[in-house]
Design a protein around this ligand. Structure first.
Ligand SMILES: [Ca+2]
Ligand SMILES: [Ca+2]
Ligand SMILES: [Ca+2]
Length: 276
């Protein structure tokens, strides 16, 4: 602005005396210059206003940018927070998923194991049912004894019609696929005392070693039914001799019906074998 006024001063020379034309022209020039000055002033004002406006606009724009940037920064921070939160949630769900997967696998294994055990149990039950059925069939089958033999429970007995030594009786039973009777239960002894009619050889002897009584199949005596005072091995009478073979008598008021006699005495015998 000052340069503009300086230029105006320069176009107005000092010390010259203008003519009338020059005075008129000078007034016209002065108005022209005034108009120019006014115009320049207006332009300057407009420029100044423009600059101020630009400055204000620039200041407003900077504030707006700052606000936008702050807003964006906040949104970015919020977004990052949300991302972090989502990551943690995904990690948590992944952990749960893995746990569920492990748990599911475990449940599957347990279920398979139980299924196998159930199948095995069913197979065993089926097998047992067949076995029970088979045994029931066998049980229902009527066991029989050969003609002339007497049956007690599942055993057959035959009392000889002839009499002979203990040895002869043992041989006869063996030849029939039987044993000279072996008394192994009290019920069996009771049965014998019912069916016998006289002293009868049973499969008991101490001929191998005096006083050591054994059954005809070699088993030792554990359940005995000796009559009172027996076995006496002949009681020491020289005319009787050793008594190494046993008999059972018919029922005599007690269950104890055995006596030892000389093995060559002539007595009936009783054989025993399983029914079938
Ligand atoms: Ca027996
Ligand atoms: Ca004896
Ligand atoms: Ca005797």
């Amino acid at each position: 602005m000052e340069e503009i006024y300086a230029n105006v001063d320069y176009v107005k020379p000092v010390g010259l005396r203008p003519s009338t034309n020059q005075t008129s022209r000078s007034g016209s020039d002065r108005r022209f210059l005034g108009a120019v000055v006014l115009l320049l002033g207006l332009l300057s004002f407009v420029l100044l206003a423009g600059l101020i406006g630009l400055g204000v606009h620039h200041r407003d724009s900077a504030a707006e940018h700052l606000a936008v940037r702050e807003n964006l920064t906040e949104r970015l921070q919020a977004s990052e927070n949300k991302t972090s939160s989502l990551s943690r949630e995904i990690e948590r769900l992944q952990t749960l998923s893995n746990r569920d997967r492990d748990s599911a696998a475990e449940h599957l294994a347990v279920r398979e194991n139980l299924t196998e055990r159930l199948q095995a149990s069913e197979n065993k039950t089926s097998s047992l049912s067949r076995e029970i059925e088979r045994l029931q069939t066998l049980s229902n089958r009527v066991k029989t004894c050969p003609d002339g033999w007497k049956r007690f429970e599942s055993t057959c007995y035959l009392v000889s019609v002839e009499t002979a030594s203990w040895e002869r009786g043992w041989q006869d039973c063996t030849s029939r696929g039987a044993d000279l009777v072996i008394v192994d239960r009290a019920e069996e002894q009771t049965f014998l005392t019912i069916i016998l009619e006289q002293d009868t050889w049973i499969g008991l002897t101490d001929r191998d070693q005096e006083g050591s009584w054994k059954w005809s199949d070699g088993t030792p005596l554990t359940l005995a039914f000796w009559r009172t005072g027996q076995p006496d091995n002949g009681g020491g009478h020289p005319q009787i001799g050793e008594e190494d073979c046993a008999t059972s008598s018919p029922y005599r008021g007690t269950g104890k019906n055995w006596n030892d006699l000389p093995c060559d005495a002539s007595k009936p015998w009783i054989c025993e074998k399983n029914a079938n």
